[in-house]
Each structure stands twice: as C-alpha cells, then as structure tokens.
Design a binder for this molecule. Structure first.
Ligand code: DP6
Length: 314
C-alpha cells in the first residue's frame, strides 16, 4: 500500500513487573504484570511500505539511523513479521515525546506506536487485544502500552502465545500521581532483554519470583479496584525490590542502582516515617518512579524539587 500509516502510544510503568521469558522469540513472559500508562509521554510513528527501497529506512527523532544501528536492526527484525514479500521494505519515522530527561525506556511506547502505525498503513482494523499481541512481539512491555490507565498483561500458557496479551482495568483514579525522579542518565545499562535472560539462567532466587509476581498482580488489581492506596504502594514497592533482588543475586551480578538511587530510597522511607504516603518503583535503570496521591503532591515536590509530576487520570 502507498498509504502512510500513523500511530501513537504512551510509555507505561509496571507496578508489578515483567521479569523473565518462558519463550524468548515471541516474548512470552514467565509471569503476568500490571502497569499504569503515562499520558503524553511516548512515541509517535509514521510508516510506509515501499517496494522501491533496498532496505528499511529508520529515522529516530529526525535523525536517519545507519542500517547496522542496533535500534534499527531490532526494528527490522520485528518488521520481518509484516512484509508482504521478502523484498518489501519500510520507511519509518519515529519521534519520542518522552523528554530524554525523564529517564524512561521507550521500547514499550515504541513498539506499541509501530503496531498502531502498521494497523493504519495496512488498514487491518484489528481490535486492541490483537494489537497488544503484535506489540508484545516487538517488546514484552509494549503489549501494555496499547491502552491508557491501569493495564494487566496476562502471561498466557499456550506455546503460540495467542493467550498472552494485555487488557485495561477500567478503574480511573483521579488522585493517583506518578513522580519521575531522574538520578543518572549516563549510567551504563544492561538492556532489560539481556538482564532478564541472565537472571532466569543464573539466579537461584529467581525460582521464587513467578509465583510472587502472579500474587502481586492479583493483589494490586484488588487494591486498585478498592482505591486502597497504602496497599497498592506497599505491594508495588515490594514487587520492584523483589525483582531487583533477583538481579543482584544473579551472576555476574546486575545492579542498576547508583548511590543516588539508594539515597532517594532512604528519603522516600523517611518521608513515609513522617506520615507522608509515598512509595517508589524502579525498572532496569537507576531512576525512581514515585507513587503518591494528589493531596500529598506539594509535600513530595518540596522534598524532591526536580520531580516531574504526572497525573495519569488528570
Ligand atoms: C524492568 O519489555 O523492555 O521494565 O520484552 O525484552 O523488550 P523485552 O523487555 P522489556 O522489559 C521491561 C522490564 C521492566 C519491567 C516491566 O516493564 O514490566
């Protein structure tokens, strides 16, 4: 088709994490996960299939990437699923609306936006569940970025992965806030794809993770439905620290934290001791994402002046 397809999706933060794959090629997870999407922080993508191209052309934030760029190569591998002929290549323009300063990974919004753009380009008119399945093939967490608000990604059980997709939890919570706390953007990172493989294969403690993660997803969903913020915060913080415990206990060890990350954790705990309800979560990087209610936003911004405040239902 000559049509230019367009798609946009937001990043999401997992409150109960996806960590580990039972099948690597299809990004089939060991455990279910639950997230919140962050409106306005994400990716916008345009795509066009072009039979005259000799290879895919990827532009990221206005800059044309080399063919052997790792980002472009991962994208081309994903697009192999969708070529009408082996010689049909794509022209892709993708812009991240995540300020680089937010320290958020963009593969989740990136692959979700790409799938939405393909759906538009080929006029598939697929339901969201199918779009979520396809986004999962690009990056596991992208399955959740197809939706706004709170989202569950069901791990599924089948070998073909057709039961491993995300669905929204219809429970808007207007007071619920996320604060992005940037610690260190230069820190060298082990990509989450690599990090989780290393943990699955070389960490004895990992055995305990899938069961715990499944329980946390259920309990966090309950807390959301009951708008029980203390319960949600405690479960999410404990889930993140448990995931990090498996990373630390693998060999060679993976520690995403910087000294400033630990300092910020102590500040969160001190604030909590003083009666302010604030919790944190962390992904495969040194930055913290704080969770709190609108009524405490001012107190928390005083304690963390650099905090970027987001109201997912605002
Ligand atoms: C720590 O979705 O980036 O952010 O499926 O290999 O692309 P791939 O991994 P990815 O992993 C995200 C890991 C995490 C937790 C989460 O978002 O659930």
């Amino acid at each position: 088709p000559k049509k230019i397809g367009q798609g946009a999706a937001d990043v999401n933060i997992a409150l109960s994490k996806y960590w580990g794959k039972r099948q690597v090629e299809l990004n089939l997870p060991t455990n279910s996960s639950l997230s919140i999407s962050l409106p306005g922080l994400g990716t916008h993508t345009k795509i066009q299939a072009d039979k005259t191209l000799q290879h895919d052309c990827v532009c990221l934030n206005g800059k044309r990437l080399k063919q052997d760029d790792p980002f472009a190569m991962r994208l081309s591998k994903f697009l192999d699923f969708f070529r009408e002929t082996p010689n049909t290549f794509f022209d892709i323009h993708t812009e991240n609306t995540v300020p680089t300063a937010a320290g958020l990974a963009s593969s989740a919004s990136g692959y979700a936006a790409l799938v939405l753009a393909l759906n538009d380009c080929f006029d598939w008119q697929l339901p969201k569940k199918e779009l979520s399945l396809l986004a999962r093939l690009g990056s596991g967490s992208a399955s959740r970025s197809i939706y706004d608000g709170f989202v569950i990604w069901h791990k599924g059980q089948t070998e073909n992965g057709l039961d491993s997709f995300a669905e929204p939890i219809d429970a808007p919570w207007s007071e619920f806030c996320i604060g992005l706390l940037e610690i260190d953007l230069k820190a060298k990172k082990v990509a989450s794809t690599t990090g989780m493989q290393q943990t699955v294969n070389h960490c004895e403690l990992y055995q305990a993770w899938p069961k715990k993660a499944e329980q946390d997803v259920q309990a966090i969903q309950q807390a959301i439905l009951q708008q029980d913020f203390s319960e949600l915060g405690a479960l999410a913080e404990n889930n993140a620290l448990s995931m990090h415990a498996t990373m630390i206990a693998t060999w060679p060890p993976i520690l995403y934290w910087q000294p400033e990350s630990v300092e910020a954790m102590h500040m969160v705990w001190a604030l909590r001791e003083s009666g302010v309800e604030v919790y944190f979560t962390m992904d495969a990087g040194p930055n913290l994402k704080l969770m709190f209610l609108q009524k405490d936003a001012e107190r928390i911004q005083q304690a963390f002046p650099a905090l970027k405040l987001i109201r997912p239902f605002g």
